[in-house]
Every structure is written in C-alpha cells, then in structure tokens.
Design a protein around this ligand. Sequence first.
Ligand code: 2IT
Length: 450
Amino acid sequence: MSYVDEIYERVVAQNPGEPEFHQAVKEVLDSLRLVIDANEDKYRKAGILERFTEPERIVSFRVPWVDDNGKVQVNKGYRVQFNSAIGPYKGGLRFHPSVNQGILKFLGFEQTFKDSLTTLPIGGAKGGSDFDPNGKSDREVMRFCQAFMTELYRHIGPDVDVPAGDLGVGGREIGYLFGQYRKLRGAYENGVLTGKARSFGGSLIRPEATGFGAVYYLESVMKHEHDTLEGKTVAVAGFGNVAWGVVQKLSELGAKPVTLSGPDGYIYDPDGITTKEKFDFMLEMRASGRNKVQDYADKFGCKFVAGDKPWGEKVDIIMPCATQNDVDLTQAKRIVANNIKYYIEVANMPTTNEALRFLMDQKNMVVAPSKAVNAGGVLVSALEMSQNSERISWTAKEVDDKLHQIMTEIHDGSAECAEKYGLGYNLVAGANMVGFQKVADAMMAQGIAW
Ligand code: 2IT
C-alpha cells in the first residue's frame, strides 16, 4: 500500500468519531501523492506523515462561568497546537456550539498549511469552546472570556502560541481575553493575541484582511484566465466578518455581490451589496446576535429565501464565506448546472470532499482552495505580531500593500508548483504541496525532536 494510503487509514483508525478531521487529511493527502512518491523512502523513514497528522499537543479543559442569573455554567475549552516547526502556533479561537476536538483538529491541521502558505514564520493551531455567544449578554460574554483565559494563559505567549478570532470571536472577545491575560501574566505582552483593537496594538486592515485577501487572490485567478472582475456577479454565503470584507473589496473593484446567507436562509439583492449603508448594516446584523440574514431583506426590501443556500442563483462567481461543508454534492450540481466558471472557497473547508472532486472534474471550472484564499487573515495577524514586537504601527497602506503582494504570491506559487508536477492549473493541489513542503523541510532539518 502506498505511504499516503497507509497514513489515511491510520488517521481514521486513530481518530474515531472525527469525520471532519478525516476529510481534511484525505483532501491534503490526495494532493501530496506526487511530492511524497518522489521522496517516499526519506519521508517514510522520518515518519513525516505520521507526525504531520498528529497534533504536537492538545489542551482540553473545563470552563466554569456564572450567568446573569447567578447560575454556574460549564463549557468545554480546547487548544489544539498542531505544528510549530516553522514558528509559534498561530490560529483562531472559535466559540460555537458545534465546536469539539475533531472540528478543532481539522481546523488546526488546515491552519498549519495556511500559515505555511503565508510565507511568514507561524505554526498551526486552533482552539475554542462549545460556548454559544448568541443570546448572551455582554457581561456573560466577558465572564466567559475571562474564565476561558484563566486556563488558556498558561499555554500561550507571544513566542509560544498566538490565538486570534474565528467564528463567534471578534474584536470584543479578543479585548476581554487580552484584559484577563494581562492581569494573570502581570506583563504587557500584547503580541499574545491578534485581532486586537487599535488602542492596544491592533493592526490596521486586520478586520478587513480575510475578505480583502480573498478578493486579491480572486484577482490573480482572473488575471490568469485573462478575465476581469468588472461587472461580474458574485454569490456570497455567510454575513460575518469575512463576507463583510469580501463584498467591500468586490464592490471597490467593480464586481457585484448579490447574495448573503445565514442559518435562516439567504437573501438576493439584485442592486448589489455595494453601498456603505449595506456594509454597515452587515456589522449591525452581526452585532445584534440575532443571527438572521432575513433582517437584510426586511431592511432593503429584497428577496429572502428561507431554509435554502444561494447556490441555485445564476452568477459568475461563487464565494462560500460561512462555515465548513456548506456545499455538498447536491449543491455542487446546482452550481455546475448554472455553468459557473469560478468556485472560490473562502470559509475553512466549505466543500465536502465529494463535491470538491466533482467541481474539480469540471473542465471549464476554476476551483480555488480556502486554505490559500482565506490566508490573508492570518497573514495580517502575523504582520500585527511584527508590529507588536517592534512596538510600532504601520499605515493602512503599508499593511494592505503587503497583503495584496503576498496574496498574489500565494496564488502564483501554487499555480507554478502544480504546473511543475504536470497537474495543470490545479490551485488545490498546488496550495497543499507548497504548504507541506516548507513545514516538512523544517521538520526534517530539526531532527526527531517532535
Ligand atoms: O482561520 C483563520 O485563519 C483564522 N481564524 C485567523 C487566524 C489568525 O490567527 O488570525
């Protein structure tokens, strides 16, 4: 049996009940066949894939906090420190009822590749809790964040592990988490978290970075295809921070985002989500904690479709910015039926493996993988770390230029690598190969320390 297949079986056997983790590993291993086959003896002997698919450390802890009625609530807390071969662990914290160890392993594994792709010195991690911030008061969120950090602080640090936000963790939560870290640690180490507010070391452009970066990547795709964003319609899923950055940059570059989605359904706005009033309303919808995208349709008088996803709409470009497995085979078939050329993943693993394979098999479709497309967020987080360690602050233009430049490099590097291995314009395989190579080289050079 090939080394790659052997490792997949091993991962399934050793990580029971964690289908998302199996799925993420399979998608990566399928892309790595050529790279692994070319160096099979060397990698086998060093156990590189066994090590690659096993987190360096998982911290799992109890988070007790007091709700507004004085009752003690208990949640689960985790940090999956996946790989630190190329830099301190880096990756977001997710507060969502769906969070469990398997989901965080999948996200930490993906993060290792993504962080490697940024070209900056950061390792991969992910953490979070099954705490549901929706419907909680501000004080409850604060007390939860303090309780969570009371354990997490002993496992993180500016040169150890640098968490940030993800679903359910935005600027407000990062503020509460940092306040508690600073108190417990007794030192001003603001490089311990990224996505901070400006007043205590946050970077300009960090809130927009994931969305802007995704559109910069899309620009490179269009350039490769001798096409342009001007006048293109785009189906966007989600309505959180990432979708907010995406629609702004798309509008600025002359494209027209027409959909957003939430747990309740999706909206279709034929005029485009292209005005400041609409961008600001997205922030309001998110801050309201209602988690309903229907609010947008009510406010701007456009179509709302309950209980469906926007993938049946005829557009030029698809950008899923919500969460994992938003596009399964049935949804992928709707996309193909509409003859859509550009499928740009933005959320982490928004496509099931089956759907991804189906889309990649379409002759005229370009598929771009989330771990490359959404790398702009963590990329600017790494720039925030640089600014914090130098105790300086870069201008918005400095950060944005760097983001734009590196996103272009990520696209071009993946495209080149896939071409080199004879795979054509395969951005999925290219990203996995480039992301893997740097981490594997660092692991090989550092011996069997980890
Ligand atoms: O998925 C991601 O890359 C993030 N949630 C951002 C991580 C970070 O450290 O900025």
